[in-house]
Write a protein of this length. Sequence first.
Length: 416
Amino acid sequence: MKKYDVVVIGGGPSGAISAWRLAENKVNVVLLEKGSRLRVKPCAGGISNGCYNLLKVPDELVERKIVKGLVVSRSNKSVYVGSAKEPGFIVYRPAYDKWLMDSAEKAGADVINNAKATKIKIFEDKVEVTAEVEGKEEKYEAEVLIGAYGMESNLSKQLGIETPKYINVIQYELELPEKIIDERIGDAIEVYFNQAYSQLAYVWMFPRRDVVEVGLHFYAGTNAKMMIERLDKFIKEHPIASEKLKGAKIRLVEGKKLVADTIPTEPLKKTYGHRFVVVGDAAGLVDPYSYEGIFYALRSGIIASEVIAKALEENDLSETSLKRYQDRWMKEIYEEEIKYAMKLHKMSYGHDLSDDLVDALVEAAIEDRELRRIMGWLLNHKYSRKYAYNALKAKQSLIIKKLGLIKSLKLLFKTL
Ligand SMILES: Cc1cc2nc3c(=O)[nH]c(=O)nc-3n(C[C@H](O)[C@H](O)[C@H](O)COP(=O)(O)OP(=O)(O)OC[C@H]3O[C@@H](n4cnc5c(N)ncnc54)[C@H](O)[C@@H]3O)c2cc1C
């Protein structure tokens, strides 16, 4: 039995940053990750400006510096938003997560790969985790546990908490020569709003160096085959996107043509208990407007590490003491971000006026520089969702003019 102060399960951004920060604070921490150090995690690799400002990415990990975003509406009107002064970045997720795990290790954490946690036992005075480590069963004892295992429902069940509600996503990695991507897409992310393709939110085209990540969102319970056909149709037939993707070849990811995964849509009501907290996707902390998750995974991991370092100092790992973790993310992440991203979600997705709204927004933004900046913030997360939502609200007369009074009133009733 190996003994630690903290055991972290999961080496994605939320778990790795927790272990990194705790180790920097001289806390004795072990991180168990079921995959290898360079394990694949389906992701478009978008690091927003806000996320980058929280944690700078080393230059060698930047696949592309993003200086603008192209928003395309259902009627194929389009506008570039954002600014080179507020850049985002595209990384290759396995390499980004490896860097985070390496950093945690350099700071002093024990990072154990190919270690799948199978059993969690919470006792009054300790936590015990059983893991399969390269075919052998190992046990780890700690004062407290951080659950950073993403959407792994089996572990949440053992902790007696829920698994977050979710949507589905599918994505292709499409290969094109770097020069062609430079010419056709450049240093821009592209988002296509059209419910004939993506059921909610958008189809994304995020360019890496010689690959474009192309994927879409859909509701849980929808026929996945139908959604794959829609994504294929988008790639082959969309009047703007198909030209940009002409000649692209599918790059296999772990032998598969298409990756499919889930993204949480709502924070859990309770993300802590006696001697444990859950962070990142496991806690449902993802932006429900853009579905950006890395930023909140890092933020919740940092908050968890600070609260736990203090709780260890005070020798109080009770539920009451760890409630401070949830109090902090409620204030810093929910009240400033998710609450307003939910308003944006309600206004923008899941009804018959979704596409009309984006048409109106794009038309208005073509004419209004300030609106282009605000729409840029929705993509690059330069400012909080609260700030961007209020800035957008101040532009409502412009949007109503484009959308028309009747549709605007209908939209208002839908979102009340
Ligand atoms: C297709 C797709 C595209 C996305 N694109 C973006 C994007 O461009 N930008 C963005 O910000 N967000 C994006 N997201 C969301 C983002 O990937 C997640 O929100 C983020 O990865 C959450 O980080 P995490 O550390 O909480 O969980 P994860 O990154 O899921 O990490 C969880 C880790 O736990 C490990 N694990 C699970 N079970 C066990 C176990 N039993 N024992 C040990 N280890 C275990 C897993 O192997 C994994 O490494 C995307 C998501 C998807 C699916």
